[in-house]
Design a protein around this ligand. Structure first.
Ligand SMILES: Cc1cc2nc3c(=O)[nH]c(=O)nc-3n(C[C@H](O)[C@H](O)[C@H](O)COP(=O)(O)OP(=O)(O)OC[C@H]3O[C@@H](n4cnc5c(N)ncnc54)[C@H](O)[C@@H]3O)c2cc1C
Length: 394
């Protein structure tokens, strides 16, 4: 059996390839100003976002006025595949493009779309996502950060944690408790908070992965006052919006992780002659066994991805999303472990910016993020048990 895309989809790919040949950022540009966090947009990345938006390649599935070209889901799939093949970031602010902008377009006021969503898409602003708190991660609905209406203002107090890129972001999509007296899912709202508002303090968390470019932060809110117009959507409707927001993220994650793993495997195989060089026959056989196992896992992920994707395109629910999240993030972790063990001390060399290179310690440590962020593997397994296998709830 040979799986291939239809001719018109390949024509779409060709069109994008031609555009990329003319417009993609050069390696020199990217190396001259490394991206230091997930809300950092150096000048080349700002130009890149604007070019993608203006020419309808930023979110191909959206209409032209939102930076798209009304592409269908299969065209969007080859578009993502093409970017991954070339190692070019689609955006340097994944939370902004993947979660905040689509949520604002779905639920925000006209002013919020004009002043926050559109500048996000055009590369003029970046956003961070204030969901997690010290006692509210997997159980997000337990969040305690308070937002209290005071005339035309909202006053916020509380603490967020693990806020990616908060130190570089222009504003935060902040989840807050607006009614403490109703069941916890029903009293949550979303408020847009400029990061330079008085009372916002950002404290970086040191990371083992990128000690020179930490991405994660704690964010403290002490009597932060913003306009009541910064409330997104209806009051106390934040939980529904949170689920919509994360669905935006997950629909990207499960598709892109397949390509990311394939690119990483290709790199591992390119490094194979160097990595296998000094091994004795037994160790060599073990390593080859690992390579073959990884190849099968990566291929299985693509097949499972296609199955879920076909269901998603037909408009059905795709239980593969949770399966793919667990499977692809854990396969990527195994791949990084195999590479790091074979590379040995050579893997301790530093890498530039926040990029990781297969076989380095940064790559190995960074793959742990994939099994925690956007819903940990344990939580995904609960979802699979409950919604896919129909097991009794614990
Ligand atoms: C790289 C990275 C970037 C992130 N960026 C952001 C961001 O930008 N904004 C933001 O708001 N948050 C962000 N997060 C936080 C992320 O959403 C949380 O880490 C995640 O939701 C888990 O919450 P927690 O860390 O509080 O762990 P906890 O919820 O405390 O869980 C601890 C452990 O217990 C397990 N566990 C918890 N509940 C259950 C259960 N019911 N059944 C079985 N096991 C369970 C978990 O799987 C985990 O292993 C980021 C995290 C990472 C790693």
């Amino acid at each position: 059996m040979k799986l291939r895309y239809d001719d018109d989809v390949e024509r779409f790919r060709g069109q994008f390839q031609e555009w990329l040949d003319e417009n993609q950022p050069t390696p020199e540009e990217m190396e001259s100003a490394p991206v230091r966090s997930s809300a950092h947009r150096p000048p080349w990345a700002r130009r890149w976002a604007k070019r993608m938006f203006d020419d309808g390649w930023l979110v191909p599935g959206w209409p032209p006025e939102l930076g798209g070209r009304n592409a269908d889901p299969v065209e969007t799939l080859v578009y993502l595949e093409e970017l991954d093949n070339r190692g070019i970031p689609r955006t340097t602010n994944p939370q902004g493009l993947g979660i905040v902008a689509p949520s604002l377009i779905d639920h925000g006021s006209e002013d919020q779309i004009e002043c926050y969503a559109m500048p996000l898409l055009r590369g003029d602003l970046t956003a961070c996502l204030g969901m997690s708190e010290p006692d509210a991660g997997s159980d997000l609905a337990s969040l305690k950060t308070r937002a209290v209406f005071d005339g035309d203002s909202i006053v916020l107090n509380g603490q967020k944690v693990w806020t990616s890129g908060a130190h570089d972001a222009d504003f935060c999509f902040m989840f807050c408790r607006t009614d403490p007296d109703v069941p916890k899912h029903q009293g949550i709202s979303i408020v847009l908070v400029p990061m330079d508002a008085g009372g916002v303090t950002v404290r970086p968390l040191m990371e083992i992965v990128h000690p020179r470019f930490p991405d994660l932060n704690e964010v403290f809110l002490d009597d932060v006052t913003v306009s009541a117009e910064n409330l997104v959507g209806a009051l106390n409707n934040g939980w529904r919006m949170a689920n919509d927001s994360l669905a935006h993220e997950r629909s990207l994650v499960w598709l892109m992780s397949v390509f990311g793993n394939e690119v990483a495997l290709k790199r591992l195989l390119e490094l194979a002659p160097e990595l296998l060089g000094d091994l004795g026959p037994l160790e060599r056989a073990g390593a080859i066994d690992d390579f073959v196992g990884l190849h099968v896992d990566v291929l299985a992920a693509r097949c499972m991805g296609y199955r879920g994707f076909a269901r998603y395109v037909r408009g059905g629910t795709a239980p593969e999303q949770a399966l793919m999240k667990v499977y692809t993030s854990e396969v990527r972790q195994r791949l990084a472990l195999v590479a790091a063990e074979l590379a040995g001390p050579a893997g301790l060399r530093p890498v530039s910016g926040r990029d990781t290179e297969v076989g380095t310690q940064e790559d190995f440590f960074s793959t742990f993020a994939g099994t925690i962020s956007a819903g940990s593997s344990e939580i995904q397994r609960n979802i699979i048990a409950d919604r896919v296998l129909g097991l009794p709830r614990s």
